[in-house]
Design a binder for this molecule. Structure first.
Ligand SMILES: [Zn+2]
Length: 274
């Protein structure tokens, strides 16, 4: 059966901004209406600026809370070729990356009292962290059991095809660690390319991905952001349409940690049979 995973990067770091709060209100309304769980990948600094709003979000029972580092430092350098030009976004130093990850997790533990097991890496990378067993080891030691780090294609650009399905990092030595890639075009990149006013066009595109996943019984994993999800779509009509269509098609809607836990149960069962 096909699965729909929706994860929001909660990352607006402008002091005094009400963007994150507005997003949380809209997301709570639309996800509650469909009884559709989802995940929030929270930047530590954003949490420090929006403590009350994120506390009530965490208590709502609709959101699974995970990490998106402390201040959005890249774990790998991105060499993005968008068809016209190459842009390089540099990774943080090894020391900075370690601090970013541990501090990001610590703020969530302290403020929200939850233990994150998932991390969305800023920007996302081609092949995720497959080529960085050193980073995988560090994340694993810090309690991370799934990452959304495979969010770009071989040009470090978009889209990521649906045939890139979740996989474990067993070949790197971490069989209990799952990569859950991000599919298609991320909302901000598609909408930047096609124009923010074309919310309907982006909705059609998201629904077409969902229909493809339903037809092929695949996992569809989508990334949105607090600032982009409500931009020129304040009530989150795109998500509303997507969730309605998912229910019509009988696609299961899960949070990322639910998906991780289920996937590990199935893996453990099949191992014990062998
Ligand atoms: Zn981000």
């Amino acid at each position: 059966l096909a699965v729909l995973l929706i994860g929001y990067d909660v990352e607006c770091m402008t002091p005094g901004s009400d963007t994150t709060k507005k997003f949380l209100d809209a997301a709570l309304a639309v996800h509650s209406q469909h009884q559709a769980p989802c995940s929030l990948f929270v930047v530590g600094k954003t949490l420090e600026f929006n403590t009350d709003a994120l506390k009530s979000a965490a208590e709502s029972g609709i959101f699974d809370i995970q990490s998106h580092t402390y201040s959005h430092v890249l774990l790998k350098t991105v060499c993005q070729f968008d068809g016209h030009k190459t842009t390089v976004f540099r990774a943080g130093s090894p020391q900075r990356i370690k601090r970013e990850v541990t501090l990001g997790l610590q703020v969530i533990r302290l403020v929200l009292g939850v233990e994150p097991i998932g991390l969305t890496t800023p920007f996302g990378y081609y092949r995720g962290l497959s080529d960085r067993p050193d980073l995988l080891r560090f994340l694993y030691k810090n309690g991370i059991r799934f990452v959304r780090s495979y969010a770009r294609n071989e040009y470090d650009w978009q889209p990521v095809e649906l045939n890139v399905q979740p996989f474990t990092y067993a070949p790197q030595g971490f069989p209990a660690m799952l990569e859950i890639p991000v599919h298609g075009w991320q909302d901000c990149l598609w909408r930047q390319e096609h124009g923010w006013s074309d919310a309907g066009g982006f909705e059609d595109y998201q629904v077409s991905l969902l229909e493809e996943a339903a037809e092929k019984d695949l996992v569809l994993s989508l990334a949105y952001h607090d600032w982009s999800a409500i931009r020129e779509d304040p009530a989150m009509g795109i998500i509303d349409a997507l969730l309605s269509r998912a229910r019509e098609l009988g696609v299961r809607i899960m949070s990322y940690s639910e998906y991780y836990n289920e996937r590990m149960r199935v893996l453990n069962q099949s191992n014990s049979v062998v």
